[in-house]
Design a protein around this ligand. Sequence first.
Ligand code: HSE
Length: 310
Amino acid sequence: MKVSVKTPATIANLGPGFDSFGLALPLYNIISVEETVLPGSGIEINIIDEKNNEANANVDIPLDKNNIVYKAIELLYNFIGQVPTELKITIKTQIPISRGLGSSASVIVGGLLAANELLGRPADEKVLMSIATEIEGHPDNIAPAFVGGVTMASWEEDGSVVYRKLPWNDEWKLMVCVPDYELNTDISRSVLPKEVPMKDAIFNLKKSAMLVDALYNKDEELLKLSLKDKLHQPYREKLVPGLAEIINNLKHINGVIGTVLCGAGPAIMVVYNGIGASEIKEKVSETWNYYNVNVNFLNLPIEKEGAVIL
Ligand code: HSE
């Protein structure tokens, strides 16, 4: 038996909500899990790039038991007192890797949901969400990959994940600016300090509260004030050349509500009210071209649906 799951790309943090807020995008990975019939065939993992239909080409991702999808599925098997022996995992990718678009959360969630289905659904959403977060390390991409839309999520001390879906005003558009280079999340987290100044923590606290209110009340002015951060973006500027300039330059474009780093980067998300798209593209290209970075623009709505079993 084979089960396939389609999961969306996600963007985490949304400015002030480091490791907490996220949203889903209509770009997908398809993860298939199959219990192979041949005893002793072991674990087989294939990653297929949807663009060129090539398997395992240029992938710098472990294809053995160190693979994160396998590790997540192994935890699920352990949850029911079993160990996976013969498994074939196939990942068809449309989501660019190491750009801040939640490709890892997408495959973890997809693999877990597929394996859970294969096993006769022994785990509920709570268990799956908590296993996925244990593998990923934070729930901000996991929650929207699971349930779609805009989410805030907290990994509680007992290991459970508490999340809520937040509303989104469909008049607000996203321009996702994806540069042509990868940034490993571990490297991007390694530049963050262990402790932050109290005034910066207070700054983000205020902005996160404002963000929630802006979303509930479709308040564009408040959203404009809230899409700001002092806990991670300033430290990541050295890994994303042009980030500060882009944020600053776009402020002056009519229609732009806010500009933030996508998750750990290096992609940048611009929230705008439908006008100014060509000016946004022009300014971002101009700045990144100065740093010899090429950019691909994705003008996308929010994906309201989460992972689906196909
Ligand atoms: N919140 C995470 C970060 C998202 O910014 O490092 C990336 O996985």
